[in-house]
Design a protein around this ligand. Structure first.
Ligand SMILES: Nc1ncnc2c1ncn2[C@@H]1O[C@H](COP(=O)(O)OP(=O)(O)O)[C@@H](O)[C@H]1O
Ligand SMILES: [Mg+2]
Length: 240
């Protein structure tokens, strides 16, 4: 296990109590992800991908096992400390772009900074810089409805970037996009990974999307069924 692991899961299980009895959704997950890696989590519907992402994102906690994020044992933190760790380390991108429809793209991107009480001038500067990073300089004043789905996802990525995360978690980020737009979004993600060293963990059920990343983890029935590091040839294809 590399010492620079940003994520370490050790025998993580997740169980839900349902009317029909307990259901095991994640079973004995061991996973270490080093800083700068790009990982695609794949697997059939219901295999536990989103549950795993919610645990990685400190939005949910494991029933048993240990999760270290950036060296901190997440189970040992209270609600506020978990939120603080999450805001410091992680940017989230979802399948639906989750932009607020009535405020500008700039204000959407700046929103996480508002919650973090960053002064307004600084918020605007950083949101503008973030929009430029995703190729949307000049679109600051637009409302979300005026731009395409691919551009809305870029705005969501800019919003994830605005707090300076070391880790981006993306659950089916291209699920609502056509193939060409999906590939453009993946090229953007891989550029952030290569140039800025942002660790990327994404969920997809599409092989062509997973092929952009250098590591594929397959979940089946809540267990890791395969964990493949891809060769240099594949990695080189996505490097600038
Ligand atoms: N709150 C919950 N209570 C009970 N079962 C749940 C809950 N959340 C998810 N599940 C079950 O856990 C399994 C995995 O769900 P999920 O992580 O969303 O899978 P995936 O993202 O791979 O499609 C599914 O069978 C789902 O029905
Ligand atoms: Mg899911």
């Amino acid at each position: 296990m590399p010492t620079s692991s940003l994520i370490v899961l050790d025998a993580v299980c997740k169980r839900y109590e349902t009317a029909a009895g307990p259901v095991s959704v994640l079973r004995d997950i061991d996973l270490a992800v080093g800083t700068g890696e790009s990982v695609a989590i794949m697997g059939p519907s219901g295999s536990g991908k989103s549950t795993l992402m919610n645990i990685l994102g400190c939005l949910d906690v494991a029933s048993s096992g240990r999760y270290l994020l950036d060296g901190q044992d997440v189970a040992g933190l209270d609600h506020d400390q978990r939120a603080h760790l999450r805001n410091r380390v992680i940017g989230f991108v979802f399948q639906g772009f989750n932009l607020l429809p009535r405020i500008s793209l700039l204000d959407n991107v700046a929103l996480p900074l508002l919650y973090a009480s960053v002064p307004e001038r600084e918020r605007r500067r950083r949101a503008q810089e973030s929009l430029q990073r995703v190729g949307l300089g000049g679109f600051e004043a637009y409302l979300p409805s005026r731009v395409s789905g691919g551009q809305q996802q870029r705005v969501a990525i800019a919003r994830a970037l605005v707090s300076g995360p070391r880790l981006i978690l993306a659950d089916e980020p291209t699920g609502n996009l056509d193939t060409q737009t999906s590939h453009e979004i993946m090229t953007l993600f891989m550029g952030l990974n290569a140039a800025d060293g942002i660790t990327l963990v994404l969920v997809t059920h599409e092989q062509d999307i997973a092929d952009f990343t250098h590591r594929h983890v397959l979940l089946v029935d809540g267990r890791i069924a395969a964990d493949h590091l891809l060769g240099e040839a594949t990695a080189a294809r996505v490097s600038p």
